[in-house]
Design a binder for this molecule. Sequence first.
Ligand code: CS2
Length: 506
Amino acid sequence: MMAHSQPPAPAALPRLSAAYDGAPRRGALRPGIVHLGLGNFHRAHQAVYTRAALDASGATDWGIVGVANRSDAVPQAMHAQDLLYTVVEISPGGASFSIPGVHTDAFTAAGEPERVVASIAAPGTRIVSLTVTENGYYYSPRTGHLAVDDPAIQHDLREAARPKTPIGQIVRGLQARASGHGEAITVLSCDNLADNGHHTERLVKEFVGLLPGGEAEELLAFVSDHVTFPSTMVDRIVPATTDHYRRLVAEGPGYRDDVPVPAEPFTMWVLEDRFAGGRPQWEAGGAVFSDEVARYEELKVRLLNGTHSLLAYLGALTGAATIPESVQHPEIEAAARAVLRDEYRPSVTAPRGVDLDAYEEELFTRWRNTALGHRTSQVGSDGSLKLRQRIPAPALNLLDAGRVPHFLALTTAAYLACLAPLPGFDPGPSAAAMVDPARAAIARAAELSSSSAELARRVLAEQHLLGEELAGRDGFIERTGELLDVIRQRGALTAAAEARSASAAS
Ligand code: CS2
């Protein structure tokens, strides 16, 4: 038998902080950015662009204070390694490792709410950026307005010093700036939301408008004169951290990193160049400043994220734990190509210089990155919030042109099959692992429904899962019910094949 040498156990190795001798380090940087949402995405995206900007410009005043929302795990782990962590870039050919090293502090908002306000108010802070997911904006998906009745928003309206929600934190931070030094600042949403800058601006202003009379007026004037909200399109596939990636770091550069971030090689960032308090030279990392951000955002949220959802739900239902496993199935790939090309694409306008055929091919190459192992349960989570950004506009576009969007209905049906406890139907472990705030409401609808058609009607027409306009489109709701029935009776692949023949015949 051949002897295999054991890879080193991460815990036995020196920590990253002891092994690292690069620059810049936290001591050499001053904070200029407060980032809300210290998740993997921010750490493999904005942080990497910021490192490139610092390297290129020699600036030292754009360090990032990372604020996690509830869990202490990442801030604690980062502190234990001098605020450093590794980005593990995974391509089919192997892994490569880099250390952004741009964070000057990290803490948890839930534990230190006053500190969030103080950090946003600090004169050195000139950007407050956010990756808080669709869920973090506390707005009503039905109306697009701030969820004023939500207990967390109510709390933040009452308790100026200890806000819980990102919008509350931003407003309280701006309020402290306005009544203090009054320096300008940019609020930068980096979430997958259409028109994320205007969306954030609207919610901030709605919150301010609910403050007592004089307070509201003064602050609104400050926001209008001293705060900008550029829109952005962000793109990089970033899975969750697992021991697999910790081991890759132990075997590669050979140190212990408890919180490495895996990421695909592809990365893209398009921003409006409206920064009230200046900005890092992010173009050094490849960021694009453009007046076409809305087009880029629509393109990305529909072609990438929309098709991604289909891959996640159909994949989970056929036993695929990862997106690459899902897309390698010919019937699922055909469905993904059809939804992308025939149903999402007609609703977008390509930004100048973007070739949509090449964009599509690149997406399939990215999704096939087996080494990355992006999980269907991760992409399928929070579908009730994500699908609303992805499906309604393109579906209404086709319905208005007299066409049935079979694959958008299939995406919705596959989502319901994953989430609803349907009698005699087991959607499998990846579907069971999907986290979704609408799970309980969908389960109630399923309990009350005696058929797939009824369930589709309850969820879409009554609960408005995909917004008010689609709630009134019977053709879409019926098609979703029919395809859900096929999934239940004959499986997801048969449903995909059926959507394909119906689409070809129409
Ligand atoms: C995915 C995105 O989880 C999801 O919904 O579609 O996180 C996707 O991986 C990123 O937006 C890629 O930029």
